[in-house]
Design a protein around this ligand. Structure first.
Ligand code: SAM
Ligand code: MG
Length: 264
């Protein structure tokens, strides 16, 4: 009887593991709401409780284990592997990351502002493509994420190109010119909380941080979505805007990037 109970428990545990590891992820990857609830709430909460660590800490551990110090592309690869094989995370990801890379390469910016650093995945992607003497300022208001991001940036060997500023975009955008001797940004990557895209764009306009030809590149305009920002940027005579269709990071849910040229 004890043996039957043991086999029953082992079988149940194996079934739960198969559901958790393969069946549920392969179903939710096609559904925006379910994918975010599963990966961002259920799995993250479960793993945090079981391991007494945070997702950013686990992501950093994967970088330290699998990436080569001073090699930014190996850092990006290690994070993508972690997110595809172990745990989803809210980086721009490998698929939309290629679009981000092509925009950075095309613009070849001397000044870049990133809104929303998280663990510095996109920060590393952008900085590794910048010309010498270019400046990337990235804003992150969560101190824990900022601390992890600093270590990821240091591991990639990009500390001299990136200035990570800890604080909220609404507080820092008005101080950019004074604190960082910035005239205007050539490229702005918007990837913080989605309800801030529109007010922060208007704030950048008011503060004179955009010049004729500045590029705004906005992530997640479909999933989770930024309807008020899209409505504004696509209808304002001050912008010429274009949508790049892709998928929500590490899933098959539709998402995309909106690239908008400021016309002055
Ligand atoms: C989607 S993640 C950024 C992902 C990152 N850009 C990447 O692709 O690797 C959004 C991050 O923005 C931060 N954030 C959200 N709203 C912010 C704000 N108003 N100011 C600064 N940081 C913000 C969050 O704490 C979170 O770490
Ligand atoms: Mg994003």
């Amino acid at each position: 009887m004890w043996l039957a109970l043991l086999y029953g428990c082992a079988g149940g545990a194996a079934l739960l593991y198969v559901l958790y590891r393969w069946v549920i992820p392969s179903v939710v990857q096609y559904h925006a709401g379910l994918a975010l609830i599963w990966h961002d709430t259920i799995v993250e909460g479960l793993l945090n409780a079981l391991t007494q660590t945070t997702r950013p800490q686990r992501l950093l551990a994967a970088v330290q284990k699998n990436a080569t110090r001073g090699d930014p592309r190996s850092v990006v690869k290690a994070i993508d592997q972690f997110c595809r094989q172990k745990e989803w995370a809210m980086n721009v990801g490998d698929e939309k990351g290629c679009i981000l890379d092509s925009v950075v390469t095309e613009v070849n910016p001397a000044t870049v502002l990133e809104l929303g650093t998280y663990c510095a995945y996109s920060t590393v992607r952008i900085a590794s493509l910048l010309p010498p003497h270019a400046k990337l300022i990235t804003l992150e208001f969560n101190p824990h994420n900022a601390a992890i991001a600093r270590q990821v940036i240091a591991w990639a060997g990009l500390g001299d190109k990136i200035q990570l500023v800890e604080g909220a975009s609404g507080d820092w955008i008005p101080k950019m010119k004074e604190k960082f001797a910035i005239e205007t940004f050539d490229l702005v990557f918007l990837d913080h909380w989605k309800d801030r895209y529109l007010p922060d764009t208007k704030l950048m306009e008011e503060c004179g941080l955009l010049r004729k030809g500045s590029i705004l590149l906005a992530d997640n305009v479909i999933c989770p979505g930024t309807p008020d920002y899209l409505e504004y940027i696509r209808n304002s005579p001050r912008y010429k805007s274009q949508y790049f269709r892709s998928h929500l990071e590490y899933t098959k849910v539709e998402d995309g990037l909106e690239k908008s040229v400021f016309l002055g």
